[in-house]
Ligand binder design. Structure first.
Ligand code: FNR
Length: 367
């Protein structure tokens, strides 16, 4: 059942917190270290001011966008978030039903807590559903990766998203203080197989001698491009030179992200990272953004700064914890309504018209 009085995404936080144990709550909402980037993501969208135009003819306006050659009803996708059964018994499955019902896209985490085929089904059954993509973390075992890719392709996922900003865990103080551990019964069920043990000598660094030699490099991007016919997007590229390099190696698109402030603290907010990446890539490369998107006005600002679509992270998990599929669907409906209101009140008929002219000069950083 939906709690009374849910008027915006933030309203789901209190009912969610009442249902989630304190350690899992810290895992969900925490960021890295001092959480400077976590806070900056929100603050940056808030600080950008809109510059509306009035008395325009907006008849026939809509929120449709084109992404990877497909027309979507609106530009919101759900970000990959691990282990959603921590927050509701139906986990990722409830989220997929809600995404399909609200015509949103879904990016399934490699660390999903339910089988990928089951989650794909409601999205694929609904022709109005948004895109269905699979997020990967690199694992240094090509046979394992090859088998995973074949399974993802067979399950009907339409693109791959390789997350490149978290080859190791961020220093997540809030989570460690709360003593978060994954319960026995919740696992990354799509990542069977055994990870190779680290085998460190005394004095060696777990990161530099253990994990980093196994992390993806540009060679693994080439391998992925050759190995799978699916479009490949990179999530977590922030430097324009890295974006150019990726493009030269055949990468399809990018998700501008600082991992919701959970990986490296003191990165700039994504509203600041986005414009230089758009400038470096030109107008036609698919570019999405996430981090701190909470309002329809945030979505509109992201589009005005050059994004083709946005990802919503923690708020949909709050809605999931508060009331399952119904909560997530309601949260998505609220965000869509807010986007329509923001467009109507700023004189923006379609999102292809959204550009820097919608933003108050000096309230955002241009490249
Ligand atoms: C994440 N994120 C993430 N990203 C990814 O590529 N793979 C993953 O498995 C996860 N898991 C994950 C778990 C939790 C609990 C959170 C909060 C986040 C990052 C996520 O996709 C996204 O980049 C941010 O959450 C977006 O920021 P907001 O909307 O949460 O501020």
């Amino acid at each position: 059942k939906l709690p009374d009085g849910m008027a915006n995404l933030a309203d789901f936080e209190a009912p969610a917190q009442a249902r989630v144990d304190a350690a899992a709550w810290a895992y969900l909402n925490g960021g890295a270290a001092d959480e400077i980037t976590l806070r900056a993501n929100r603050a940056a969208w808030d600080a950008i001011q809109l510059q509306p135009r009035v008395l325009r003819d907006l008849a026939g306006g809509h929120t449709r966008v084109t992404l990877l050659g497909r027309e979507l009803r609106h530009p919101v996708l759900l970000a990959p978030i691990a282990y959603q059964r921590l927050f509701h018994a139906d986990g990722e499955l409830a989220v997929a039903h809600a995404a399909a019902a609200q015509e949103a896209g879904l990016i399934l985490s490699a660390q999903a807590s339910l089988e990928m085929e089951a989650i794909a089904a409601p999205m694929l059954a609904d022709p109005a559903a948004g895109p269905l993509w699979f997020q990967l973390y690199w694992r240094d075992d090509r046979d394992f990766m090859r088998a995973l890719l074949r399974r993802v392709e067979a399950a009907g996922f339409q693109a791959l998203v390789l997350t490149v900003d978290a080859p190791v865990h961020g220093a997540r103080d809030r989570e460690r203080r709360a003593g978060f551990h994954l319960p026995q019964h919740i696992r990354a069920v799509n990542l069977g197989g055994v990870k190779k043990p680290l085998n460190l000598q005394p004095g060696q660094s777990a990161l530099f001698d253990g994990l980093m030699p196994r992390a993806a490099t540009w060679a693994e991007i080439d391998w992925l491009r050759a190995e799978s016919p699916l479009p490949l997007l990179l999530k977590g590229v922030t430097h324009p030179d890295d974006a150019r390099e990726a493009l030269a190696r055949g990468v399809t698109g990018f998700i501008v992200s600082n991992h919701g402030g959970r990986a490296l603290d003191t990165l700039p907010p994504t509203a600041v990272l986005l414009p230089p990446l758009r400038a470096a890539l030109g107008p036609d490369v698919p570019l999405l953004v996430d981090g701190g998107i909470r309002r329809g006005t945030d979505v509109l600002k992201a589009m005005a700064l050059g994004a083709n679509a946005v990802l919503l992270g923690r708020p949909y998990v709050h809605a999931l914890a508060a009331s399952g599929a119904l909560g997530v669907a309601h949260a998505l409906r609220l965000l869509r309504d807010e986007l329509e209101i923001a467009m109507a009140l700023s004189g923006c008929k379609t999102l292809s018209n959204a550009g820097p002219a919608l933003l108050w000069p000096g309230s955002f950083s241009s490249p």
